[in-house]
Design a protein around this ligand. Structure first.
Ligand code: CAA
Length: 240
């Protein structure tokens, strides 16, 4: 029986690629989505991957969702915190709502989900957690003080939890994707995106599967010595 992997935001964009990559490796993948029911149905029909719908920014909803999954499928071995949103604006125009929505959905959700799986992972002395950050959390991005703060916060969270999990065979790593071919990136104004792509050394957007493959590598049972690390998947756009 394959290990059970939960992927938040797992029905679209990078999350869908992650779900597909893990599914192809034989994991029992469960995707969590928040709003786009059409994408959820499509993934389910294509792959039979079950999809649960709740708001990962809501602590109690995460508790109920995790309990539900564990009752129906068994304990969660692997958690990929991928769900995220943007709400771009320069700071002098950003509203508190834009700030808190992004902080809560992109960083708060990582706490919410980890908090509800970590005790089980500790009890079983096994866990693989991968948090999806962003190149913009590493280098900053004009118009994204909220998103850059949340994604940079994920990197600190990852290192701290990696220390706490290390003796229990729980690894916690972050991936910092660059600009990939997803709906989120397609929403960037055309002229802005054009100049961003011009700054990517490989000369094109990433394929979401680039990130899927990196997740599959990190969650393998044999990857137990790799923890607390941040992996850039960004076409050379930022080298730290
Ligand atoms: N650097 C410096 N100056 C910039 C700039 C930049 N990157 N972008 C815009 N400006 C300047 C403009 O030239 C303009 O200057 P003037 O007033 O002197 O003419 C000023 O800032 C205002 O620009 P806009 O008219 O574009 O301002 P706006 O308020 O309409 O929009 C914005 C600002 C919302 C930030 C818009 O530029 C935008 O959407 N940018 C894209 C941000 C982005 O890359 N988001 C990534 C989303 S994808 C993602 O996040 C996934 C991931 O992890 C990689």
């Amino acid at each position: 029986m394959g290990r059970i992997a939960v992927v938040t935001g797992g029905t679209r964009g990078l999350g869908k690629a992650i779900s597909l990559a893990l599914h192809a490796k034989g994991y029992r993948v469960i995707a969590v989505c928040c709003s786009n029911v059409g994408a959820a149905l499509e993934l389910c029909e294509e792959t039979a991957i079950p999809v649960f719908k709740w708001d990962v920014g809501d602590f109690d909803a995460c508790r109920d969702g995790v309990e539900h999954i564990e009752k129906e499928f068994g304990h969660i071995d692997i958690l990929v915190n991928n769900a995220g949103i943007t709400s771009d604006a320069v700071l002098h125009h950003m509203t508190p709502d834009q700030w808190w929505r992004v902080i809560n959905n992109d960083l708060g959700a990582v706490f919410n989900m980890c908090r509800h799986v970590i005790e089980g992972m500790r009890a079983r002395s096994f866990g693989r957690i991968v948090n999806i950050s962003s190149v913009n959390g590493q280098k900053g991005q004009f118009g994204q003080t909220n998103y850059a703060a949340a994604k940079a916060g994920i990197l600190g969270f990852t290192k701290a939890l990696a220390l706490e999990g290390a003796r229990r065979n729980i690894t916690v790593n972050a991936i910092a994707p660059g600009y990939s071919d997803t709906d989120m990136v397609a929403a960037v104004p055309h002229e802005v995106l054009h100049s961003i792509v011009a700054d990517i050394p490989v000369g094109h957007l990433g394929d979401p599967m680039d990130v899927g493959r990196m997740v599959a590598f990190l969650v393998d049972d044999s990857a137990g010595f790799i923890t607390g690390a941040t992996f850039a998947v960004n076409g050379g756009q930022y080298m730290s």
